[in-house]
Design a protein around this ligand. Structure first.
Ligand code: ADP
Ligand code: MG
Length: 614
């Protein structure tokens, strides 16, 4: 029989201290976790007035010995930890022995419990930390606990409680987190006697998500599973159409404990790079299971943050598993008429790009030179040519600039250009408004944003060239000195290695001066200062230094954006044909690296329906 014992002073000093009871939802969380640690398979929660008047939790777990009931309310008394060493191997939700003591101190409490193997159990009453003698109780096996009039003896804390609706919202959230993580647990939540949620034990994760978040989300999820040594990642990720305005729908569980972790959330967002606009967040329910000695939960009293032994490899696991899973889906935006799925709005003209949505826009870089009237040698359609066809040194296939001159030269032949480009299932294509390409496909008609698509193709090609060491680099015979504020110079130098991989050579000249020794050839239209400035803007935009993979991704997308044809650039038939042909060859051509859709599909069926042909 597991017994409760007082922790030694030595262990107490090693435990993350702090108050865990902030509001009714914290009580619900602590009580539910106690029920889970007791091996319960069914838990009922009743709350009244947002939990401020009553929180009752009834479980069918292993119960508490009558002789231990008083000790359960003592500070630092627990059955889950024996020695300080156990702190490195925590397999239970609780271990601090503080929750019941804290709750009991600020409420009127009744705890009734009976271990299944005992003929009778016991009950104990407490009033603001004063406890009455234990009495015999003959209820069903398990534990029943009632917390009444929370904070009644601490009027200041009671005054800080919010409306009933807000407090019960927090309780629902705490309840949801537990329900999602416990696959065979039967859970019930009632508010003021009315059933709020009932989650049957047989409900799997997808069903549970459906219960709490509705069918729309449940039906747009992709299962992910990946392994890395003893670490397992499982769960569901949302189709980009489920995007949200904040990260609240990103649930991350470490050994079934719901936590927040900026690094791992970043990995998730990073995996959706190119599929979501800046400021939009993916939906995800991720469960990481790892050996207890690889994660320290004794960091924060509420255990909402943890520390990992190797957070970099977890970052990598999440990023690659999700990215690969998303790649398997055909994520072309489908236009549904008249009211269909929302296509994310592109950046408006005045809108500044953010860290997640970097576009090398003139308004974000005031010192950039104006576009020149004729294409300089560096500006070529190299990237419009299929890989392996001499890509890399082309100057013979210039793309027109967005100025008027070149437009009039070949304008006449374009509007009705019909090309049969290489690649499976690609039919006629025309350019319209010098910005869009309309393409016939077996499914219907695709309208392509030429800049967004080209940018995506360039991004993929640059990535591939980077991977295979074929990124073209322009070396400066005389290194260009650039003066920067000391902090910025240090930031650039810190990233020297990642920058060198991209062909951006920087050296410290001392006193805040940096020498630029080389840069990627695709940026040859930029002045050295503007290249460095853009990199810096990017580095300073993030509140902490991005890891190598993120930084490279960001900088590649900067380069791709800069190198791509723009809206307003008229394409020659060859260019049009090359761009369309390569659509099939890039990895994800459905969205540009900033998340704008590159193409919209009007299905044949939808066209027929709209024209009343069917
Ligand atoms: P901790 O969970 O950190 O051990 P608590 O103050 O939450 O501390 O609980 C103190 C002890 O009371 C637990 O260690 C456990 O032995 C016992 N206990 C609390 N709730 C339950 C429950 N629902 N079922 C069985 N035992 C419980
Ligand atoms: Mg506990």
């Amino acid at each position: 029989m597991i017994r409760i014992q007082q922790l030694s002073k030595e262990v107490i000093t090693k435990i993350a201290a702090g108050e865990v009871i902030e509001r009714p939802a914290s009580v619900v969380k602590e009580l539910l976790e106690n029920s889970l640690d007791a091996g319960s398979t069914r838990i009922e929660v009743d709350i009244e007035q947002g939990g401020t008047e009553l929180i009752r939790v009834v479980d069918n777990g292993r119960g508490i010995q009558a002789e231990d009931l008083a000790l359960a309310f003592a500070s630092h008394a627990t059955s889950k930890l024996a020695s300080a060493d156990d702190l490195f191997q925590i397999g239970t939700f609780g271990f601090r022995g503080e929750a019941l003591a804290s709750v009991g101190g600020v409420s009127q409490i009744k705890l009734q419990s009976r271990p299944a193997d005992q003929p009778s159990g016991g009950e104990i009453f407490g009033n603001a930390g004063q406890y009455f003698p234990v009495r015999v109780w003959n209820g069903a096996p398990g534990t029943r606990i009632e917390v009444m009039h929370l904070f009644f003896n601490t009027p200041v804390r009671r005054k800080f409680l919010r409306s009933t609706a807000t407090e019960s919202g927090h309780i629902c959230e705490a309840f949801t987190r537990i329900a999602l993580a416990q696959s065979s647990l039967h859970l019930i939540l009632r508010h003021n006697g009315k059933l709020t949620y009932e989650v049957p034990g047989a409900a799997g994760l997808r069903d549970r998500i459906g219960i709490f978040f509705g069918a729309e989300i449940r039906d747009h999820l992709y299962a992910v599973e990946a392994h890395q040594g003893p670490v397992t990642l499982r769960g569901f990720i949302g189709d980009p159409v489920l995007e949200k305005g904040n990260a609240k729908m990103q649930y991350l569980f470490i050994n079934r404990r719901c936590i927040r972790d900026r690094n791992l959330s970043h990995a998730l967002q990073e995996a959706y790079r190119g599929l979501l606009m800046s400021g939009r967040y993916a939906v995800a329910f991720l469960f990481l299971d790892l050996p207890p000695d690889q994660v320290d939960v004794n960091v924060h009293p509420t255990k909402s943050e943890v520390r990992f032994r190797d957070s970099q490899s977890l970052y990598h696991l999440i990023l690659t598993a999700i990215r690969e899973r998303l790649r398997k889906e055909n994520l072309t935006a489908r236009l549904q008429i008249p009211h269909g799925r929302q296509v994310p709005a592109p950046l408006s003209p005045g809108q500044k790009p953010t860290a997640n949505s970097l576009c090398w826009q003139t308004d974000s870089l005031p010192d950039l030179p104006e576009p020149q009237p004729t294409p300089p040698p560096g500006r070529t359609a190299a990237a419009l040519r299929p890989e392996g066809n001499g890509a890399g040194s082309d100057t013979d296939f210039p793309l027109p600039m967005s100025s008027g001159d070149s437009r009039s030269e070949n304008g006449a032949e374009i509007p009705c250009a019909a090309v049969h480009a290489a690649g499976a299932g690609v039919g006629k294509a025309i350019q319209v408004h010098d910005s869009y390409i309309v393409l016939e496909t077996p499914e219907g008609m695709l309208v392509i944003d030429q800049h967004a698509l080209h940018e995506r193709i360039l991004f993929e090609q640059l990535k591939e060239r980077l991977r295979t060491g074929r990124l073209e680099v322009q070396r400066l015979l005389i290194p260009e000195p650039v003066d920067l504020p000391a902090a910025q110079a240090a930031r650039v130098l810190e990233q020297r290695e990642a920058l060198a991989e991209l062909g951006v050579g920087v050296e410290d000249f001392g006193g805040g001066t940096i020498l630029l020794t080389s840069y990627p050839a695709i940026l040859s239209r930029r002045t050295p200062l503007s290249i460095l400035q853009a990199i810096l803007d990017h580095l300073m935009m993030r509140d902490r230094i991005p890891n190598r993979e993120v930084l490279l991704g960001d900088l590649l997308s900067l380069m791709a954006c800069h190198g791509a044809v723009r809206a307003g650039d008229r394409l020659t038939p060859e260019e049009l044909s090359a761009l369309v042909a390569q659509r099939e060859w890039a990895n994800d051509t459905h969205h540009c690296p900033h998340g704008r859709p590159t193409s919209l599909l009007f299905s044949k069926q939808e066209l027929d329906r709209q024209f009343r042909r069917i």
